[in-house]
Design a protein around this ligand. Structure first.
Ligand code: GUN
Length: 299
């Protein structure tokens, strides 16, 4: 009879709930000391469906931990200059600790210009090049929400990372590239040997077969299959996709970048989709907002 160990499913919801409890306790202390709560603002231009649901979740979770939360909503006719003026206003409002400008923006607005206008001290998304540069040099910085959430999941699950081979699949600015840097860091946590794979990588299967930890952020449904994974690997799935499934009442199912049914039996730890990395995104943003409030990153 086969004596196969079940993988440990890393429970994003549980970790998120734990962190929210910690944040609520911090807010309670601030209020007890007669201080105002941290204040996070989201700016949203136009009506992108995904952006709306992200902002709604941010508002709900901000309130759950006792933060102040505001949303600035603008029609997609807003000019670039008007958006830049709004950013200047938020940069200078002493009662706003952190803010995000929801992406994507309408085509007539230059995203780089907008992101660079945000005061790095209030850039809780960690998208400003000053925060990216500081992260590169291992200086205190705001870490973008998804990489921050991944690091939190690994750390709180007590995954042994030191000297391990970590393969990151995908090199986006907001996930793959920063997480590859963070996993290679000589910090109390991380210290991996990192291989960053992307669309032009040759022998991706062989590279993955040598990995102790695989972080998949390539944006392709069920990209990582069972034959690419060695026994005992730790699997972090960043993807989230709807794929057509006529057997389901709603006509689709939600999958990640990992073919879960094939990969899970080989893994020691694996994140589910949904209920994995995605559940930590907003929580990470709240953690960054508290850091902004406390001036932990910048004097
Ligand atoms: N669009 C999708 N995810 C994000 C995010 O984390 N921050 C911002 N600003 N826009 C997004």
């Amino acid at each position: 009879m086969e004596n196969k160990k079940e993988p440990i499913i890393i429970d994003g919801k549980l970790i998120a709930a734990e962190i929210k409890k910690e944040l609520s306790a911090e807010v309670a202390k601030l209020l007890d000391a007669g201080k105002r709560p941290p204040h996070l603002v989201a700016v949203i231009v136009g009506n992108d469906g995904a952006s709306e649901s992200y902002v709604a979740s941010k508002e709900k979770q901000s309130k759950e931990v006792g933060f102040m939360s505001s949303v600035y909503r603008f029609p997609d006719t807003l000019t670039e200059q008007e958006l830049l003026n709004t950013i200047d206003f938020l940069n200078n409002d002493p009662e706003v600790d952190g803010f995000i400008v929801q992406l994507p923006l309408p085509k007539h607005i230059n995203e780089n210009k907008v992101v660079q206008r945000i005061d790095p001290r209030k850039d809780v998304d960690g998208f400003h090049p000053t925060n990216g540069g500081r992260m590169m040099y291992n200086m205190p910085s705001f870490i973008p929400a998804t990489p921050f959430g991944i690091m939190t999941m690994l750390e709180r699950s007590k995954i042994d990372t030191v000297g391990k081979h970590c393969v990151v699949i995908g090199r986006s600015n907001i996930v793959g590239t920063p997480v590859a840097v963070l996993m290679s860091r000589n910090n109390n946590f991380a210290n991996c040997t990192v291989t960053l794979c992307h669309s032009k990588t040759k022998n991706i299967k062989e590279i993955c077969l040598g990995a102790d930890i695989i972080i998949v952020a390539i944006g392709k449904p069920e990209f990582l299959t069972g034959d690419m994974v060695k026994e005992g690997a730790v699997i972090i799935d960043v993807g989230i996709h709807r794929v057509e499934d006529k057997t389901k009442e709603r006509g689709y199912r939600v999958v990640g970048d990992v073919k879960f049914d094939e990969v899970a039996p080989k893994a020691s730890y694996i994140t589910p989709v949904p209920g994995g990395v995605g559940t930590l995104t907003v929580v990470s943003l709240l953690q960054n907002t508290l850091k902004a409030y406390n001036h932990e990153i910048y004097e």
